[in-house]
Design a protein around this ligand. Structure first.
Ligand SMILES: Nc1ncnc2c1ncn2[C@@H]1O[C@H](COP(=O)(O)OP(=O)(O)OP(=O)(O)O)[C@@H](O)[C@H]1O
Ligand SMILES: [Mg+2]
Length: 345
């Protein structure tokens, strides 16, 4: 599915439409957009009211006639028209004018590993609507591996784990391609969901959507690690009465709740390692696993992976933007293509 380096070098911009955030890289200008994939619409007039950070802040605080929508769900564009409108606004007039000046506008899009044809089509349609005459698809795993500087084109194995919002993708790469890969539909959203469920069941407390992040912050910098306070105060709404209420939440119990969805991720890592050829597994034991994606920042996640696999685990320098930076590197032609010398006879 991944386009060739030659094709990518001809692209003018690259888009990573994620379930949580949208990122755009423009050739020559770098990363120009890194905003939540959210839009707020006036349902009476159909007009777009806000996009990105501002629209996200509106979540749960809007009157009836304003609807906050996420055009990307589970890593797939589910509302093409809205995704196009959101992207247009996020890009802004200046960038759009520069792109419009290109005679044959070409775009690249990051797509999840093994994205089904419908999802691929949706990504292409979205960018065609923005004026692209041709759209190249890049596997997120390859893009992220390039973005965090893994030596993908060498005949050594590297293992990468892309921890997104909707899914976690794990792969072993060698010679510029994917040897084995697994996509697990558990990501940052599932972690947030586990916390919300925990508070609902154990404390009969409903959490406004924005409070999930602060809750994780209340647990951190500790996340899954056990240092820090043993309990923390959370403000929410009583499930039965609907009134505002605060509860003291046991942080160990919250950590336990977060760990449950993450075991599915460990299961996926195990699956990839089990089907990986033995020679490559030996490489991996030295080099370890590289974690990228926003959820790689969940404190203690790396430690959990280290314990489960017994392998070294590293977190990329800017894990959240690795994928888009990787496609950017390919667009700028800064990556050497793999050249296998023909054997002389
Ligand atoms: N410091 C942090 N601690 C824990 N989780 C974090 C942190 N920062 C971001 N996240 C989580 O990372 C996720 C966003 O990651 P990312 O930007 O890679 O997602 P995405 O690319 O939009 O999603 P996907 O690739 O699944 O479509 C969110 O679910 C967010 O909760
Ligand atoms: Mg992503």
């Amino acid at each position: 599915m991944t386009a060739s380096l030659e094709q990518l070098r001809r692209c003018h911009f690259a888009v990573d439409l994620g379930a949580a955030r949208t990122r755009v890289y423009v050739k020559g200008a770098g990363l120009v957009v890194d905003q939540p994939s959210v839009a707020a619409v006036n349902t009476r007039t159909g007009a777009l009211i806000a996009v990105g950070e501002f629209a996200e802040r509106m979540t749960g605080r809007t009157p009836d006639y304003i609807r906050v929508v996420r055009p990307v769900t589970g890593g797939t564009v589910v509302d093409i028209e809205m995704a196009q409108r959101m992207l247009r606004h996020l890009l802004g007039d200046k960038v759009r004018r520069t792109l419009r000046r290109k005679p044959r506008l070409r775009a690249a899009a990051c797509t999840p590993h093994n994205a089904d044809p419908l999802a691929q089509r949706a990504a292409i349609e979205t960018l065609v609507g923005l004026g692209a005459r041709r759209v190249e698809l890049v596997d997120t795993l390859i893009a992220a591996a390039v973005g965090c500087g893994l030596p993908v084109e060498r005949p050594e194995a590297s293992m990468i784990m892309v921890c997104g919002a909707a899914a976690t993708e794990v792969a072993v790469l060698s010679l510029g391609s994917i040897v084995t890969a697994e996509r697990i539909r558990v990501g940052g959203e599932a972690v947030d969901h586990a916390i919300v469920q925990h508070l609902r069941h154990q404390h009969e407390l409903m959490l406004p959507s924005q409070n999930v992040r602060p809750l994780q912050l209340a647990l951190s910098g500790n996340g899954l690690t056990s240092h820090g306070p043993t309990s923390t105060e959370i403000h929410g709404r009583d499930v039965a009465t609907g009134l505002a209420r605060s509860v003291q939440v046991d942080t160990a119990a919250v950590r336990h709740a977060i760990q449950t969805p993450l075991t599915a991720v460990l299961d996926g890592v195990g699956k990839v390692l089990r089907v990986c050829p033995p020679d490559l597994v030996a490489d991996l034991a030295d080099r370890g696993i590289m974690m990228v994606g926003g959820s790689a920042l969940l404190p203690g996640f790396d430690q959990m992976l280290r314990q489960a696999t017994g392998m070294p685990v590293h977190i990329a320098e800017r894990p959240d933007i690795c994928a888009v930076q990787g496609v950017g590197t390919m667009l700028e032609g800064r990556i050497q293509p793999l050249e296998l010398d023909p054997l002389s006879s």
